[in-house]
Design a protein around this ligand. Sequence first.
Ligand SMILES: [Zn+2]
Length: 276
Amino acid sequence: MAVGGEKKSGLTRLPTACQARRTAAETTAVVTATATLCGSLLFVLAMLAFSYFASQSKHEELLKKAHQVTPETSPNLGALARDCVERLRPGRVNFFVVPGNVLNAYTFGLSDPKVVVFYSPMLQVMDADELKFVTGHELGHVRLGHTWLNSLVGGMAGIPSPLFAAVILQIAFRWWNRMCEYSADRAGLLACGKPNKAISALVKLATGGAAQTSADLQKALALIEKEDDDLANNIGELLGTHPMIVKRIEELRRYIASDGYRRLQALVNKNVEYVS
Ligand SMILES: [Zn+2]
């Protein structure tokens, strides 16, 4: 301590009672804010861990009933899936088929290899090109990072919060889900390379596989095109994770007409030419 430092009077060194109260209030505010922030971070991490383990155990349960697609168990589906992987280059992915009565497929995984699951009706209802669209759609989710983002954002959206905030979080999360579906549809189209097959796959999904012949598909498409005229459908979509099929078809048609699609399709096709 310097002996010859500036000498101050006791009055200037000692805080006034008012200053002391303000300093104490500020300290309390900082401590409270820090504690709240740390508590919130811990809570978010706990929720993420919970949602991760909950979804892991759900998937593991499902995979117990599934069989893995290998060149031995499913040579055709295996070759089709490999072709889509070569086109889209999503990283390591394992494919499974699970018995069920829903016309669906989905993907999950936070670490490699990611997993794509086909419910068995998909293999009966879709032809090879349509199946490439479905496979490419799921691989698009993988390639674009939706699988881990979905767990992360989904976990955050599930955090209990005041009602209004919860509603906003849920609506925002669902909106983000729907945007992911449009992107994955583009990947599906790039994997299949046939716009009419991408659209017929979507029509078959909408009808649960009931429309199979070309006439049935046309009739179903005409009905689907009226889907967005209905106000209830539009309101219902706000709460859904998937857009209405009519909007997915419209979005695909817009993309098909773009130069960006033609350029990207040529690049994706080169991926398989290069490999073969
Ligand atoms: Zn999807």
